[in-house]
Design a protein around this ligand. Structure first.
Ligand code: TRP
Ligand code: ZN
Length: 866
């Protein structure tokens, strides 16, 4: 508490990338001894330390909330050789190599931050990334200090029959007083942030995997006994990931055991601790009755992500936290590629781009914009962002596109060979790609240092006389905080031209490398008017502005042979229509209705693609296209278009619904696509105002044999004024009241509702007995979800803003990381009218004026005021 008050008095220090210095002391070996107990755990640590370089500085051991019970140097208590400097333990050491022993007492059940050692649902577990290890024991808590760990745990055997840590179990047995012990050794050098332990009463779904060189690996997913049947999907995804990394990257698993533990209270999605991944249970548990298809995909994607970190993150780790995208961007790219290979690559790409645009583009154009390799931070936990993760993945994807798969693979092989066992930098990665491919990536490095989404203006002029087409590209990288002037960046654009009359593609697709601010590309042999298909597959994370007509966009939405470009043309047509409707008040829906009809009726397209293509852009994405966001006008315009699409294409929606409705549940890509289209069609039938829509929705809800259909229908019901609405919500609650993950859906479905009473409902839900501030999933399901409801969060009264700020302050007292993640929606004030902007700023100011703020919230709130 004292620390927090100091933080309010003086702003927290800013850490700069350029201040990086190698560690002064190394710790090649560490032994940890845990006497585990929820109320009082004793931690003894024995560190072998080695002076690194010729300095005379004391050994500095990070601590956070730790009070040393004892300190020994080379086996002797030495009271005058150590002192505390704030939370840091300083020890003067005469020689170059010593043994340091410390002992501390910590209280896991009082740890509401969920960083360090904490209690969740009766078990004890750890979360150390990025700086949680210092809440467990004194240590140089930085990713470039790599150690070999021996971990001995003692605990009550009845309460904690399972004792896990990293590496291989090397011993264990019973002790007096009903206790037992276990010892684990991890042969791999690793930084503190990859340390983990679990003490729990769980059971394992066990399986095995044989690596391609013939080594057996024991796999186990640890959950509460009643959840065992829900671990099959995660297990299948784990084995598929292991095989995929061998096949695509030549990377084998390197230990005899791989454990995954699911916990209910977790700040993030999951954590890649060496051989002991710890997961938010929402990314492990799935069965048809409780998890949607989207949840199934989330489970597989996150299991793959954490598994892939074993190479991209653990074997090669990060030198410092400014390099976070080195492991996260690359690993997201790897998990996206894996998921694309498991099902429809086209639909996966559409989903990934939708996520990027929803989460990263607003970040990149707002007060929290930062490059994928930031220059400074106050609190590193605030930098686990869509920019580091998702834009980071796009940057790696561009390398893949520019180099081609073979040279990219040669580069990744070189990177892993060169840096195995090291703490590396983003620069090391790019250099390896460059060395292996022979491609000069000098300019490309700007993608690491410059924030902001580049805007590309593209215009195509046909010169019929010479049979030529001239594509003019102009690039502008917008200013971002701390970066007023930008240089143009290399942008790989996959481009194709279609003949308007023949519908033929001229000479196939080509990769245009836009290298500067301005470029002209000449296409020869263009005998008819060409239509421009650009940034196909979303080959670069940029905004492309074209002067293509509605007719050209409609053509591409029906003809383009790149599925992403086809989806994109439809989206552009819809955005143009909606932005035009908001601006003029005179909607012209014709082109969209015709294009949607053509797509819905195209029997050559699969259902999953149709469902994605005919979905209107979200209200916030429409807002992002406007100079000043008018949430009410956007909502009204979008609803009007939805209604007209519903009415004009009523027969088509009914036909789609009938076609998809009869299917029994099965989990495969085709069945998933049909379920998706079914609920999209239901949404349009409801929007049309058809009299039987409520009956159809309720029937889908009540008779569903899976959560995708049930939640899909509930979403439609929750938006409606139908009599069935309250009954459905009550039935859903009653059926799933004991399942926290499904109750999260019950909260978020209501928080996303378009109904006019949404804010009252949300405020009432915050007083519901099932609402709690101690579970991050629950906070996100109500408060986080509501802050994404553009219309109601931005109510002109400011009530939504006040609600959010109240929760930032309440959550900050318990869990600063989770509190700080709620702030960004308030930082969007520049995008709104002055009245709303003033109300948003007032809430940010109220937050900042509160004594005792965490570093996390201070940084996000002060930067958001900008
Ligand atoms: N490295 C984790 C991942 O990307 C992220 C993570 C897990 C995390 N827990 C965290 C980040 C806590 C910050 C705080 O998979
Ligand atoms: Zn990760």
């Amino acid at each position: 508490m004292l620390d927090a008050q100091n933080a309010a008095a003086a702003p927290p220090p800013v850490i700069h990338r350029e201040d990086y210095r190698p560690p002064e002391w190394l710790v090649p070996d560490v032994e940890l001894h845990f006497d585990l107990d929820a109320a009082a755990t004793r931690v003894r640590a024995k560190l072998s330390v080695q002076r690194n370089g010729g300095h005379r500085h004391p050994l500095k051991l990070d601590g956070d909330g730790l009070i040393p019970v004892a300190v020994r140097i080379d086996g002797e208590p030495q009271a005058d050789a150590w002192r505390m400097d704030g939370a840091t333990l300083l020890i003067d050491l005469p020689g170059d190599a010593h043994t340091i022993e410390t002992e501390v007492a910590i209280a896991p059940e009082a740890n509401s931050q969920l960083m360090g050692l904490y209690a969740s649902g009766g078990m004890l577990c750890t979360q150390c990334e990025p700086e949680g290890f210092r809440r467990i024991t004194f240590f140089p808590d930085r990713p470039d200090v790599l150690s070999r760990y021996v971990v001995r745990m003692e605990a009550d055997k009845a309460r904690f029959p399972v004792l896990l840590s990293n590496g291989d179990r090397t011993g264990g047995g019973d002790l007096a007083d009903g206790k037992h012990w276990a010892e684990w050794r991890d042969p791999f050098f690793k930084p503190t942030y990859l340390f983990a332990l679990v003490a729990a009463d769980l059971q394992a779904n066990r399986d095995s995997f044989t690596t391609r060189s013939g080594k057996p690996v024991d796999l186990a997913i640890w959950v509460a006994p009643q959840d065992l049947p829900k671990t099959e999907h995660a297990m299948a995804a784990l084995k598929a990931s292991m095989a995929w990394d061998e096949k695509v990257y030549g990377r084998e698993y390197d230990l005899g055991e791989f454990n995954i533990v699911a916990v209910a209270d977790f700040n993030f999605g999951a954590m890649e601790n060496k051989s002991l991944n710890i997961f938010n249970s929402r990314y492990i548990l799935a069965d048809p009755d409780t998890a949607t298809d989207v949840d199934y995909d989330g489970v597989a994607g996150v299991v793959a992500h954490e598994y892939f970190h074993n190479w991209s993150g653990n074997r090669v780790t990060c030198r410092d936290w400014f390099q976070l995208s080195l492991k996260e961007g690359f690993t997201v790219f790897r998990d996206q590629s894996f998921s694309a290979d498991q099902g429809s690559a086209a639909v996966k790409r559409i989903e990934d781009v939708r996520t990027l645009r929803a989460a990263q583009f607003p970040e990149d154009s707002g007060p929290l914009a930062h490059p994928i390799r930031p220059e400074s931070y106050m609190e590193i936990s605030n930098f686990y962002t869509a920019t580091i993760y998702n834009k980071g993945a796009e940057v790696i994807r561009m390398l893949h596109t520019m180099l081609g798969p073979d040279k990219f693979r040669a580069g990744s092989d070189l990177y892993f060979d060169r840096h195995d066992g090291q703490a590396a930098t983003c620069e090391d990665f790019v250099t390896a790609m460059e060395d292996a491919s022979g491609v000069d990536l000098g300019q490309f490095r700007l993608w690491y240092s410059q924030a902001g989404t580049p805007r590309i203006k593209a215009s195509l002029v046909h010169e019929p006389a010479g049979g030529q087409a001239r594509l003019t590209l102009e690039q502008m990288v917008p200013p971002t905080p701390g970066q007023p002037d930008k240089q143009p960046m290399p942008v790989p654009l996959r481009v194709a031209l279609y003949g308007e009359v023949t519908g033929q593609i001229f000479g196939g697709e080509r990769l245009v490398m836009l290298a500067g601010a301005h470029q002209e590309i000449l296409f020869e042999g263009i005998g008819e008017r060409p239509i421009l298909s650009i940034n196909r597959g979303f080959s670069a994370p940029v905004i492309v502005e074209t002067d293509r007509s509605s007719a050209d966009l409609a053509f591409l939405s029906a003809q383009d042979n790149d599925p992403f470009a086809r989806y994109e043309a439809m989206q552009q047509l819809m955005v143009n229509t909606l932005v035009g409707a908001v601006a003029t008040g005179k909607p012209d829906h014709r082109a969209v209705i015709d294009a949607v009809r053509e797509t819905v009726c195209n029997s050559a397209l699969d259902a999953a693609f149709i469902a994605e293509a005919v979905l209107l852009p979200s209200e916030s994405f429409i807002g992002d296209q406007m100079a000043v966001v008018d949430p009410d006008a956007i909502h009204a315009a979008r609803e009007a278009l939805r209604q007209e699409l519903g009415q004009e294409l009523e027969d088509e929606w009914r036909a789609s619904y009938a076609k998809t409705h009869a299917n029994r549940y099965d989990y495969n890509p085709a069945a998933k696509g049909l379920r998706r289209l079914k609920t999209v069609a239901l949404g349009y039938m409801a929007a049309s105002g058809a009299e039987d829509a409520s009956v159809i929705a309720f029937r889908q809800f009540r008779d569903a044999d899976n959560m995708t259909d049930r939640q899909g229908a509930l979403g439609t019901l929750a938006n409606s004024a139908w009599a069935e609405r309250a009954e459905a919500l009550q039935m859903f609650y009653d059926r799933y009241r004991d399942n926290g993950l499904v109750i999260d859906k019950w909260f978020s479905t209501q928080a996303f509702s378009t109904r006019d009473d949404t804010i009252e409902v949300v405020e009432a839900l915050a007083r519901h007995p099932d609402f709690t501030l101690t579970n991050p999933n629950r906070i996100r399901s109500l408060v986080g979800a509501f802050s994404m409801n553009q219309k109601h969060f931005n109510a002109a009264s400011g009530r939504g803003y006040r609600f959010l700020a109240d929760f930032v302050l309440a959550v900050d007292k318990l869990n600063p990381q989770t509190a700080a993640k709620l702030i960004p929606p308030l930082g969007r004030w520049r995008r709104f009218d002055t009245a709303r902007a003033g109300l948003m700023r007032a809430e940010l100011e109220r937050v900042l004026a509160t004594p005792g703020l965490s570093k996390d919230v201070f940084e996000q709130a002060s930067k958001s005021l900008g």
